[in-house]
Design a binder for this molecule. Structure first.
Ligand code: GLY
Length: 354
């Protein structure tokens, strides 16, 4: 008998799970009143196992490494299946600091990178500017990470929609209030911040992101540039089509999409222009405020909640990077295979007595 799978949430995680499960022969229906309106629309698309590593989240490193390394093959397979490009950009990430305090922060980050066992190279100021000619001349050094790449999350989402439709997945523009009422053998909860409505311990972590556009012929960074500027992080992700994404703020104010956005734009522009002066010459296309779905320990919730229900949410800052690994592991679970994800991501870990 064909297994009937319901996926709640048509962001990139939900669609990727649906696509891989359909590829294993499941009969899949995805429920979402507004597909792609969550974090997938806001994300910059960094695939950063190294430069997104955070102290205290060391358990995440192997899953991030697995997923980031799976990205090139995943992108190729998805482009074949959908007929659409996902904007995968095989360029390194350059992490730099401007003043002495920022340089000290980069050194602190480098100690974490070292423990990841992933490749990176310390560069002096001149070598940093050679790697990224648009960097400010004030750069005194940085770290080049060859394995941290980027993808265009909006193109990814469009490609996933096309791929699932071609795979026979049904998309229902409906809100699900009670997953137990769904007519399915297995249910995957992949509703991002909306997963809190199903009792999962997920909170929204707000982030403002800017989208700028270079004129034809105007140079864009050839690396993903990340930096610390006067004690604050900023990143600049360029696309081949001239889009340049600058991010991101991070604060916890519930689902408030408006308060403080003027200050956020000011801070992001000032810091990014300090790092890459050419940004001042681009057109500011869009200011977007989104909400990262985060569990109390900021690690994802991946695994069984009960014999019929599986969680695939709480990806916090790493949703796009974790798409391939999440899709494969969760699709395998829906097919009855044993979980191959680390117990640190057990979605029941916050239950009393666990
Ligand atoms: N992954 C970057 C961010 O969440 O801002």
């Amino acid at each position: 008998m064909v297994m009937r799978l319901a996926v709640v949430g048509a962001g990139s995680i939900g669609l990727a799970v649906a696509w891989r499960a359909a590829g294993r022969g499941a009969d899949v229906t995805v429920y979402d009143p507004d597909p792609g309106s969550g974090a997938s629309r806001v994300a910059a698309g960094m695939l950063a196992a190294v430069t997104e590593a955070q102290f205290g989240e060391e358990e995440l490193l192997p899953l991030m490494a697995e997923s980031v390394d799976a990205w090139p093959a995943f992108a190729e397979k998805l482009e074949d299946a959908s007929g659409a490009a996902v904007g995968y950009r095989d360029v390194p990430t350059l992490m730099v600091g401007l003043d002495d305090g920022d340089r000290a922060e980069i050194d602190r980050q480098a100690s974490l990178y070292r423990s990841s066992g992933r490749a990176f190279e310390a560069l002096n100021g001149r070598a940093s500017r050679k790697a990224e000619p648009l960097l400010t001349h004030r750069t005194r050094g940085g770290v080049l990470v060859p394995g941290d790449h980027a993808v265009d999350p909006r193109a990814l989402h469009a490609a996933l929609l096309a791929a699932v439709e071609r795979a026979g997945v049904r998309i229902r523009a409906e809100r699900v209030d009670d997953p137990a009422s769904l007519d399915a053998d297995q249910v995957v909860l992949a509703a991002g911040c909306g997963s809190a409505a199903f009792g999962l311990p997920i909170r929204p972590v707000r982030g403002a992101v800017l989208r700028l556009r270079a004129a034809p012929g105007q140079p864009v960074p050839r690396t993903t540039v990340r930096g610390w500027v006067q004690g604050h992080p900023v990143y600049v992700v360029a696309r081949d089509n001239g889009e340049v994404v600058v991010g991101a703020t991070s604060d916890e104010r519930g689902f408030d999409p408006t308060t403080g956005t003027a200050g956020a734009v000011h801070d992001l522009l000032r810091r990014s222009i300090d790092l890459v002066p050419e940004i001042a010459e681009y057109h500011l296309d869009e200011v977007t405020v989104g909400f990262r779905p985060a569990a109390p320990d900021n690690l994802p919730l991946l695994g069984r909640l009960d014999e019929r229900t599986i969680a695939a949410t709480g990806h916090y800052r790493h949703g796009i990077a974790l798409v391939p690994a999440t899709a494969e592991h969760i699709a395998a679970l829906t097919a009855g295979e044993a979980s191959a994800v680390h117990e640190a991501f057990d979605p029941l870990r916050f239950e009393e007595g666990s």
